[in-house]
Design a binder for this molecule. Structure first.
Ligand SMILES: *[C@@H]1O[C@H](CO)[C@@H](O)[C@H](O)[C@H]1NC(C)=O
Ligand SMILES: *[C@@H]1O[C@H](CO)[C@@H](O)[C@H](O)[C@H]1NC(C)=O
Ligand SMILES: *[C@@H]1O[C@H](CO)[C@@H](O)[C@H](O)[C@H]1NC(C)=O
Ligand SMILES: *[C@@H]1O[C@H](CO)[C@@H](O)[C@H](O)[C@H]1NC(C)=O
Ligand SMILES: *[C@@H]1O[C@H](CO)[C@@H](O)[C@H](O)[C@H]1NC(C)=O
Ligand SMILES: *[C@@H]1O[C@H](CO)[C@@H](O)[C@H](O)[C@H]1NC(C)=O
Ligand SMILES: *[C@@H]1O[C@H](CO)[C@@H](O)[C@H](O)[C@H]1NC(C)=O
Ligand SMILES: *[C@@H]1O[C@H](CO)[C@@H](O)[C@H](O)[C@H]1NC(C)=O
Ligand SMILES: *[C@@H]1O[C@H](CO)[C@@H](O)[C@H](O)[C@H]1NC(C)=O
Ligand SMILES: *[C@@H]1O[C@H](CO)[C@@H](O)[C@H](O)[C@H]1NC(C)=O
Ligand SMILES: *[C@@H]1O[C@H](CO)[C@@H](O)[C@H](O)[C@H]1NC(C)=O
Ligand SMILES: *[C@@H]1O[C@H](CO)[C@@H](O)[C@H](O)[C@H]1NC(C)=O
Length: 790
């Protein structure tokens, strides 16, 4: 026994992996701004006299996600950050760099959107790489935008007042090309409307001290809220990220991990029930795998163990803090913030959004306005400055009110089977139905909260139930989600909560005809909008319709903590996993850029939504058929988003009768036909750590995006390859022996000749003109790894 123990201890020491390294970059010489006020000292973070309250900010050495940053020893005594303005920060010595890290905040006020800021990496050979940070602002409302360091408010007016929105400092880590040694980093140009403030920066140097073997390190091990049933038991997913710290330029068979390896977790009470699989890890790369475990408790230490295919331990890393799998959520942010998007959502990648309601009858908006906002623009402003007001007057006259359209919203041709069949053939893996937009008209049975619904008026049908029941029975693999607007524009009960474009209170007749105030058809006498309408309706969607995605809109007054706990616990008890977006006023699982995507990988969950229409979610009859997104735009947008770790929620606007017009369905099916043969480069993939350096900085050509699976690497080219060659100006995680094929509708999967330029790593694939011409929209080249035999 003693001998055995001694042996295993010795063995363990020999195979302990080094800690993932980081080195601070000194920003102090560049500090030119004071972000934080303390004890009456006044700072001016944003140039308008507003500041952080320094009493809530951590001081000194600050560890997050394995990286050590440096914050001031005390806040409020001088400059504590640098406003990015094209400063160049030289590295102490030129070295290969694996990853760059920063603590930052953007300073636009109250604006939750992101701004792309470009850092320029200057390598020793004078070549450069641009790294884009999608920077978040220090506070945002009503959309949520919370960083890793949060303060309960910010100080206004040189410290005389408080802005009660949670205010944040954010963290960013990003891959750096280690093809060449890095000499310096040039900070982004200043953007006056949104200045980027950097508090601390660090780099992870590459490891150049080992020869002929990969330099493995565990980047992180995260005990998640995600689970899968294994042998009848709920097993927790632990996401383990593994790095090969050698520089990219040292890529070879010997320096890469290139055979079936497994990752396991050991620790008090922990059993690994399904190891993570890792087949390929080249120099400069990172890979994420899920290890499924049972038995974890909160607050103890676990060890990540990497084994080769023979079961020999080749490395291990200890000290990873455990978090137990959640069995029941409580209605507080600490409990609910631990929730994250489920594995099915992460893998699904592509959903269909459906904006259908009373607005589908007028179905009109001027260019660059949302047609589902008809009711709002009819009243704002109520004169000829509003194109919708003019259109309404000309089309319907001054005596037709918005609620008169309820009877025109007939759903007379609505066929739920036809819809879900279309979504399926389009290649979507989930859909999100608008169940109540800002006009307050519900497509489901809202019980005693309101009669303003399709069950009581208009079609007199429970449209949501028809769609959900049909999907569940005919296309059970499609996940079912619900959009729900927290506010209502003109609900009289919302007046006490109203804000901005959601004032609440009855709409005033825009044509000065009678009545002066428009009716709110179906309104019931309730006491409180939040208690008696919003929360019960959301709970109905969760517990009676079993929605899997609660896609809130607008935020504002809410009881989302109560809702989310009930939503998650109902799903847990029923054996499925659900998710909540960032517009519910609290505890988001994912962010939702609207008619926008991110320019760079976001490691947290995100989903872009856009209409098939160039600028409307609801049907807009003023849009010509030729303007709708076509096969090319749908596929390239989807692949771009997926390559950056996002999902794509593509919206359709059915007619008031419930039909999906041909201009939409044809293009959806066109994209679906591509996904039929190339979908393996989209679904169930992961983004690639290094991402796409695109467009190619040399000549702007060959835009391509990359995705990975444990056994393959996909290159999806957006331009048709010319001269029978695909050229990628970047070193990819390919090794001699890998088989590359072009995915085509005819399934002609012959292996293509390929080579790399030894000095640059650039890839050249030879592909016949006839193969290339079989494909439309995007050219998916799949490299299948050829593994070493151990
Ligand atoms: C602010 O005041 C508190 C209590 O008076 C004190 O402990 C702290 O050191 C002060 N901080 C600074 C930065 O002066
Ligand atoms: C940024 O700095 C570089 C030198 O580091 C200079 O060449 C360039 O003109 C500057 N750009 C702007 C917009 O100031
Ligand atoms: C990089 O640029 C500097 C300044 O223009 C020049 O002195 C140096 O020789 C260049 N280095 C290389 C490797 O081209
Ligand atoms: C790879 O490793 C093997 C065994 O150690 C060695 O024989 C071979 O020379 C190495 N190849 C390279 C390219 O370093
Ligand atoms: C966990 O491991 C770390 C580093 O190995 C150690 O410092 C810490 O005390 C351990 N914590 C517990 C609860 O065992
Ligand atoms: C319409 O109303 C808005 C807001 O009251 C006002 O700013 C605008 O000048 C008006 N336009 C016309 C043509 O009356
Ligand atoms: C819309 O509804 C009104 C009132 O029910 C009706 O008179 C009108 O014909 C309908 N319009 C259409 C196009 O069905
Ligand atoms: C509804 O759509 C399905 C699938 O397209 C079709 O088979 C069925 O005939 C349609 N039903 C009606 C009533 O049109
Ligand atoms: C609405 O409810 C309030 C209080 O519950 C009551 O005083 C009032 O009479 C009701 N109004 C109608 C129209 O039922
Ligand atoms: C949601 O409700 C919580 C609790 O009342 C509140 O603190 C938060 O500000 C609300 N969110 C928004 C966006 O208004
Ligand atoms: C749509 O088509 C009509 C008729 O061809 C044309 O007049 C109009 O300009 C087009 N609209 C747009 C936005 O292209
Ligand atoms: C698809 O739409 C894009 C963007 O509008 C356009 O540039 C392209 O020409 C369209 N492709 C086809 C085949 O119509």
């Amino acid at each position: 026994m003693a001998l055995l123990l001694l042996f295993s201890t010795l063995n363990a020491a020999a195979i302990d992996l080094p800690e993932f390294p980081s080195t601070l970059l000194s920003l102090d010489p560049f500090f030119d701004n004071q972000a934080a006020s303390v004890n009456g000292s006044t700072a001016d973070f944003d140039g308008s006299g507003n500041s952080f309250d320094g009493q809530f900010l951590p001081v000194g050495s600050y560890l997050y996600d394995g990286i050590t940053y440096e914050l001031p020893a005390s806040w409020g005594t001088g400059n504590d950050n640098v406003v990015a303005n094209n400063q160049t920060i030289a590295l102490p010595e030129s070295i290969f760099v694996h990853e760059l890290h920063a603590l930052y905040s953007g300073d636009s006020s109250g604006d939750a959107t992101f701004t792309a800021d470009n850092f320029i990496l200057n390598f020793v050979d004078n070549s450069t790489q641009t790294l884009t940070l999608e920077a978040s602002n220090w506070w945002g409302w009503p959309l949520l935008n919370l960083g890793i360091i949060q303060t309960p408010y910010s100080l206004e007016g040189n410290g005389t007042g408080k802005n009660l929105n949670t205010t944040s400092i954010f963290q960013w880590s990003t891959a750096v090309s280690s093809e060449k040694q890095l000499a310096s980093i040039t900070l982004p140009q200043v953007n006056p409307g949104h200045r980027l403030h950097l508090f601390s920066m660090a780099i992870t140097p590459s490891n150049t001290s080992v020869n002929n073997v990969p330099a493995l390190a565990i980047r992180r091990a995260r005990f998640t809220s995600r689970w899968e049933i294994v042998n009848g038991t709920r097993a927790q997913a632990v996401q383990v990220t593994i790095a090969n710290l050698l520089p990219n330029s040292m890529s070879s068979l010997n320096t890469s991990l290139n055979s079936k390896h497994t990752a396991e977790i050991s620790g008090p009470g922990i059993t690994t029930v399904t190891p993570g699989i890792l087949n390929r890890l080249v120099p400069g790369d990172q890979a994420r795998v899920d290890v499924l475990i049972t038995g974890s408790t909160t607050g103890s230490n676990a060890t990540v163990v990497i084994k080769d295919s023979a079961g020999n331990v080749i490395g291990q890393s200890s000290g990873w803090t455990t978090t137990a799998l959640i069995e029941e959520y409580t209605a507080d942010a600490a409990s609910l913030n631990a929730h994250e998007t489920p594995t099915w959502w992460n893998k699904a990648k592509y959903g269909i959004f459906i904006h259908w309601g009373v607005y589908s009858y007028p179905a009109w908006a001027p260019p660059a306005e949302y047609a589902e906002w008809y009711d709002y623009y009819l009243h704002n402003p109520p004169n000829s400055s509003s194109p919708t007001w003019v259109h309404h007057l000309e089309t319907y006259g001054p005596n037709v009110l918005y609620d008169d359209f309820i009877s025109n919203f007939t759903a007379s041709k609505f066929n739920a089977s036809a819809w879900v069949d279309l979504f399926d053939r389009a290649g979507a893996r989930y859909f999100v139905q608008v169940t109540k937009h800002h006009d307050g008209f519900a497509l489901f049975d809202a019980g005693n909260t309101t009669n303003r619904s399709a069950v009581v008026f208009g079609p007199k049908r429970d449209l949501l139930k028809e769609l959900f029941d049909t999907a569940a029975s005919e296309k059970p693999h499609l996940h079912r989600g619900t959009y729900y607007s927290l506010p209502e524009w003109f609900n009289p009960d919302y007046a006490k909560y109203g804000f901005g474009q959601w004032p609440g209170g009855l709409a005033r007749n825009p044509f000065n005809t009678t009545p002066t105030f428009e009716p709110y058809t179906g309104h019931l006498n309730i006491t409180d909008y939040i208690e008696d309408l919003q929360l019960p309706q959301m709970l109905t969607l969760a517990t009676q319709y079993d929605t899997e995605i609660m896609w809130c809109d607008i935020g504002g007054a809410n009881k989302t903590l109560d809702f989310a706990a009930a939503f998650y616990n109902h799903a847990l008890a029923s054996g499925y996993q659900v998710t909540l977006n960032d517009r519910c006023g609290a505890v988001p699982d994912f962010t939702t850029p609207e008619y926008a995507t991110f320019n760079a990988i976001q490691t947290n969950s995100w989903e872009s939504s856009e209409g098939m229409d160039p600028f409307s979610y609801g049907l807009n009859t003023a849009t010509n058929a030729s303007e709708y997104k076509n096969g090319t735009t749908i596929i390239q947008t989807l692949v771009d988003i997926v390559s950056k770790n996002g999902n794509f929620l593509l919206d359709i606007g059915p007619t008031a009768e419930g039909e999906i017009i041909e201009a939409m369905s044809t293009n959806l099916l066109a994209a679906g036909s591509w996904l039929d043969y190339a979908g393996e480069c989209v679904y169930d993939t992961e983004y690639w750590f290094q991402g796409s350096q695109d467009p190619n900085p040399l000549d702007g050509t060959n835009p391509a995006r990359f995705t990975t699976t444990p056994t393959t690497f996909c290159i999806v080219a957006f331009d048709e390859p010319t001269d029978e060659q695909l050229i990628i100006h970047q070193r990819l995680p390919l090794l001699p022996g890998d088989e590359i094929t072009l995915l085509t509708p005819n399934g002609s999967h012959s292996s293509l000749p390929w080579s790399t330029e030894s000095s640059t790593g650039n890839l050249i694939v030879n592909v016949s003109e006839s193969g290339v011409s079989e494909v439309q929209y995007a050219w998916a080249f799949r490299a299948t790894y050829t593994l070493n035999e151990d």
